[in-house]
Design a protein. Structure first.
Length: 261
């Protein structure tokens, strides 16, 4: 079964509006990307992937805010959940950096037993602190990998490997693995690691394809966040950033009506 296609992102300043913290955009209407960039070495980050280093969580505490969920309902209960999220973030911060490569190794071992191998681009990025620190998130998303994959609702024998989560647990990003297709990226409002008893139809309804492979997804996530920071800090966009936002049509200025004397 193929998932719906969609990109859950933020505003891009004046170039793309957003109704809340996140909005679901048509995947097919996103700016095209240069596939020659994706060699697995992440040269576009300007950070050489030469030394594997300890994985960090990248946890940043974000202010609690009222946001609009993807189904259009306003979530007014985030204040009540602050203590839970704060405790979780503190637990992540308290983990020794040396433990994160151990989790990655456990994940690789679990997948090997199931007959799966993680893409090299995935392990290269998540095993390199220099690369991890080069991707910022305007919504304070965190890198977060489990020791074991979760079953995918898309097919029997398919699995989801979480690699990133929103700081308020509104969204979770996964690498999807099955024996029929190359790995691809999906996003969901569900944490499948703790929501194993979800109704299959409900699980599918909250799952979107958002990238044909890991590095391509990551590039789009990276450049959109860089554009968000630049536009909100009123900085000049780079040529690469400008080329990306020029895909979106410019808003026409309303002509002022002349007053008759």
């Amino acid at each position: 079964m193929e998932p719906k296609r969609g990109w859950v992102g933020t505003d891009l300043g004046k170039f793309r509006a957003c109704d809340g913290t996140y909005q679901l955009y048509s995947y097919d209407e996103l700016p095209p990307l240069d596939e020659s960039l994706f060699s697995g070495a992440y040269e576009w980050l300007g950070t050489p992937a030469d030394e594997p280093m300890a994985i960090t969580t990248g946890v940043q505490l974000a202010p609690v805010e009222v946001v609009v969920s993807l189904n259009g309902e306003t979530n007014d209960d985030l204040m009540d959940e602050w203590d839970r999220r704060y405790k979780r973030e503190q637990e992540l911060l308290a983990q020794a950096p040396a433990q994160h490569p151990v989790v990655l190794a456990e994940l690789v071992s679990s997948l090997t037993e199931l007959g799966f191998t993680l893409p090299a681009a995935f392990t290269t990025f998540l095993g390199n602190e220099k690369l991890l620190s080069g991707v910022s998130s305007c919504t304070c998303c965190t890198w977060d990998i489990p020791a074991k994959p979760s079953p995918s609702p898309l097919a029997d024998g398919a699995y989801l490997v979480r690699f990133m989560r929103d700081s308020q647990d509104l969204l979770f990003w996964y690498l999807h693995l099955d024996q029929e297709n190359p790995p691809f990226v999906v996003v969901s409002s569900f944490n499948f690691e703790t929501a194993a008893d979800l109704d299959p139809e409900e699980a599918l309804d909250q799952l979107w394809f958002c990238g044909p492979e890991f590095e391509e997804f990551l590039y789009r996530f990276w450049i959109e966040n860089e554009i968000w920071f630049a536009t909100n800090e009123e900085k000049k966009l780079t040529p690469t950033q400008l080329a990306y936002v020029e895909h979106y049509p410019k808003k026409k200025k309303k002509k002022k009506k002349k007053k008759h004397k």
